[in-house]
Design a protein around this ligand. Structure first.
Ligand SMILES: CC(=O)N[C@H]1[C@@H](OP(=O)(O)OP(=O)(O)OC[C@H]2O[C@@H](n3ccc(=O)[nH]c3=O)[C@H](O)[C@@H]2O)O[C@H](CO)[C@@H](O)[C@@H]1O
Length: 363
């Protein structure tokens, strides 16, 4: 089978795409892939590192009330469809899947125009603009939260879960992973990060909490994000033996299987990882996303007792330390949340998506 995968902008759209590719490479090594992204999105760096054939188109999103900018956006969109058609005609895929971001708007639409079977994957509990637009044209829509079902044509929807969940579950737990980051195995560990790009509120709260965190018997793997790393490092005290600060983690699945608790934004792909593994979490939904979708993403985990939610404007050094202590220092609570998180996971999501792709490519 020949598969075109397109998705970009942020890690939340890219990692599910890569997890799916990895899975298909395992179950059917003869499959050929082409990944179509943009030059500017995170996908260029992440996908090229994996040696997956990668081509780009130029595209941008709409902005509110910037009319000239939006005229250019429309022009670029038509150009991007033309370029996508050229790439598709050259590669001749059996099927095309879009995992979100503006880029897949053009690629999946172009595929539909060329009568190539298409699927989109919606990671969030609220449908993204691009996916809503594409859902009129595609053959299938894979979803991860039951509540998003009604946003799409009913007969096209398949509950698949997020492929990244399956990827993290299949990782073997190796010794010495925490040591690579200057931490120790066998000590309760919390991972703190703010999605694929970092989050200022979380960084401010962690910096405020450092004087308390350094006194704790647990350890902290703190990932402020590439963009914020240098500023954060300037504010860190000289001595912080139980706190490791890393700009970005390339091998997140290996880290996730070695920590007991996570504090993060409520991006959909992060949540898929946490639930597939059964990892308790403290979630701080970003207030800057469309339709407050991160709060809605977090809701099912919080309702199930798998996560604790702190609102962005209620996060500070004190509330952060309190929330961590209440879970990480209470083995019963930690265990209860672990079980609840696991109940929410979809550990075979890649296989489910792959089966849909096979079905539509043969129909
Ligand atoms: C601000 C914004 O628009 N965020 C959206 C974006 O988030 P974002 O790109 O942050 O996506 P997610 O939180 O869903 O996923 C982040 C991914 O990056 C990985 N990771 C993160 C940090 C790191 O150092 N290393 C690493 O590998 C995580 O393990 C995870 O796989 O896409 C998500 C999925 O559509 C949405 O739900 C989010 O609302």
């Amino acid at each position: 089978m020949k598969v075109v995968v397109s998705g970009g902008g942020t890690g939340g759209h890219i990692y599910p795409a890569l997890a799916l590719i990895h899975h298909i490479q395992k179950v059917d090594p003869s499959t050929e892939f082409l990944y179509i992204g943009t030059e500017k999105g995170l996908e260029k760096k992440i996908v090229e590192k994996e040696h997956i054939p990668f081509k780009t188109i130029e595209i941008q999103g709409f902005k509110r009330s910037l009319s000239l900018y939006n005229v250019k956006t429309v022009q670029l969109f038509f150009k991007a469809i033309k370029r996508s058609k050229e790439l598709l005609e050259e590669f001749q895929p059996d099927v095309v899947i879009g995992t979100g971001g503006y880029v897949c708007g053009a690629v999946v639409y172009a595929a539909h125009k060329l009568n190539i079977p298409t699927m989109i994957h919606e990671q969030n509990s609220v449908a993204g603009v691009t996916n809503k637009f594409l859902s009129k044209y595609v053959d299938k829509v894979g979803i991860c939260f039951p509540e998003v079902r009604t946003a799409f044509p009913e007969q096209k929807v398949v509950f698949t879960g997020n492929p990244r969940g399956q990827e993290v579950v299949e990782i073997d737990k190796e010794e010495g992973v925490l040591e690579q980051y200057g931490l120790k195995t066998g000590i309760p560990t919390i991972l703190i990060f703010g999605g694929s790009r970092g989050a200022l509120t979380i960084n401010n709260a962690v910096l405020e909490a450092i004087p308390e965190l350094v006194k704790k018997d647990y350890q902290v793997l703190y990932v402020p994000g590439n963009y914020y790393y240098e500023e954060v490092m300037k504010k860190m005290p000289q001595e912080h033996p139980n706190i490791s600060v890393q700009p970005y983690i390339d091998q997140m699945p290996e880290v996730l299987v070695n920590v007991e608790l996570v504090l993060a934004r409520a991006g959909a792909t992060t949540l898929a990882e946490l639930t597939a593994l059964g990892l308790p979490s403290i979630l701080v939904p970003s207030p800057n996303v469309t339709n407050d979708h991160q709060t809605k993403n977090a809701k099912s985990l919080v309702d199930a007792g798998a996560s604790v939610l702190i609102k962005d404007d209620e996060l500070n050094g004190t509330s952060l330390v309190q929330a961590i202590d209440q879970i990480l220092l209470q083995p019963d609570e930690l265990q209860k949340m672990t079980l609840k998180a696991k109940e929410q996971g979809v550990p075979d999501a890649s296989q489910r998506v792959y089966e849909v792709l096979q079905e539509i490519s043969h129909s």
